[in-house]
Design a binder for this molecule. Sequence first.
Ligand code: SF4
Length: 328
Amino acid sequence: MNHLLEIKDLRVEFSTDAGTVRAVDGVSYNVDRGETLAIVGESGCGKSVSALSIMGLLPKPAARIRSGEILFNGVDLLGLDNGAMRHIRGKEIAMVFQEPMTSLNPLLTIGVQLTEALQLHMNMNLSQAWTRAQELLERVEISEAQRRLKKYPHHLSGGMRQRVMLALALSCEPKLIIADEPTTALDVTIQAQILELMKDLTHEMGMALVIITHNLGIVARYADTVNIMYAGKIVEGGAAKDIYASPRHPYTQGLMKSVPRPDLPREAKLVPIEGQPPDLSQLPPGCSFQPRCPYAVDLCSQEAPLLLETSLKHTAACWLVDEIEAVV
Ligand code: SF4
């Protein structure tokens, strides 16, 4: 059976005053129906650009897709015109952004925004759409749904707005939801509640979920698979439980030590990764992580390692992958 989403050797470039930025540089991955995939990395690593490419929302003309394929249900989205992409967005693939206020219209009530989407994509009349909108708010665990439908976005808390965004994403029963840093702006407890809800509802409704985040700690409980991205490439990927238990790439190990984790005491010491992510318009030769890597050897600055299967059944791009201990 085909994968629901197949990204093949995707390369996305941006033209900037400083030169060409290779934001996504040969990324390939698959997502199956019902699967939750997390794409993890620091800001500027290319994770959000790869998501915007799927949605056909890259800023033009600065961004261009140099090569690759994005197959959704076997159809290459890169070959579709704007009209066909508009149909896919919302109906087949929905997106949840970090800041709901950028996606919700502040001048329209929650009820109007939900019913408009349902009437447009699900061919419902107004009365059916209101009933469904109320059900959706209840599914995302918003109390007094009928009353909240009459509220404007600014009447709701950040957590509640994010639940409304999730209800909007679910409203057209898409096959795939892409959530870009969906909980970063929220309090830790609310983050956990929303991620849990997102995972449960998409699973129950048979949808695939891609969570884009900088926080490896929080995805371990919610994702089935994880891709770690650095400087436009996937540097480690595999089952979330394997990567969480035995991260092999030095960058993944650095991420694990630098963020709070639910399995460690609150007072556990966090160790930031030394240095800064590289300038993508002037990448060093060899491994892009080399200037920050505590294990780097001469070869690392000469040749870039390929993403290969490790002895632990997940993939990693590091010359020393089978020599570095899984330090967590
Ligand atoms: Fe570090 Fe070398 Fe591995 Fe890159 S290839 S992560 S520099 S050890």
